[in-house]
Design a protein around this ligand. Sequence first.
Ligand code: AP5
Ligand code: MG
Length: 190
Amino acid sequence: MKYFIMFGPPGAGKGTHAAPMVKKYNLKHISTGELLRSEIAAGTELGKQAAALIEKGNLVPDEVVEGMIAQTFAKYPEVNGFLLDGFPRTVQQAMDLDEMLEARDEYVTGVISLMIPDEEIKARIKGRALIEGRADDASDETIANRIKTYHAKTEPLIEVYKDKGIYHEIDGVGTIEEVQKRVFAMMDTL
Ligand code: AP5
Ligand code: MG
């Protein structure tokens, strides 16, 4: 099994590029954000607890997302691998993922990191707010907190994965087609 991580700040294009990637490389897409939004839509207890955190732009507890990841790994034995989108997002989650994979004699194959500047994040999220109506896209305050949370808690993972020699950064600025070409060119080498 291959385990790819789609890394990047909010609005970088993780979801946009994950869709064609999973088709081309026969991977199962696991977006923790999407899984949490389904829990919210279904009105589950987990969803109710997550909604309050997500709407403010804060992270949900590590054990909640890790539980969702473990369940999804177990459900799809027939794929070539998994594309993790929005996970891991803290150093603790990265360590726990390593442990989860080691228990299966597996490891992270590569981290595809889409990088865009903060101003571009704001512009893209504002654009998406008009189309998708996500609660965490609705206010400037929440968007600012998501960006702050990314820099404080998620950005440190870049060094973690650079040290392991599996960090692959891609310039996320450009048209979707241009960025997709860069992503595929990188994936073809991994
Ligand atoms: P999540 O859903 O993962 O949100 P995110 O990381 O903030 O990322 P987004 O989904 O906003 O952006 P994206 O990179 O997928 O960009 P997209 O392709 O949509 O998480 C939501 C929340 O859930 C978190 O804040 C947290 O509370 C919680 N959560 C999730 N995972 C967690 C975890 N592991 N631990 C704890 N909490 C967790 O693109 C954005 C827009 O830009 C789209 O409109 C798109 O069409 C457009 N676009 C894309 N590419 C381009 C381009 N090249 N040019 C112009 N426009 C573009
Ligand atoms: Mg997304």
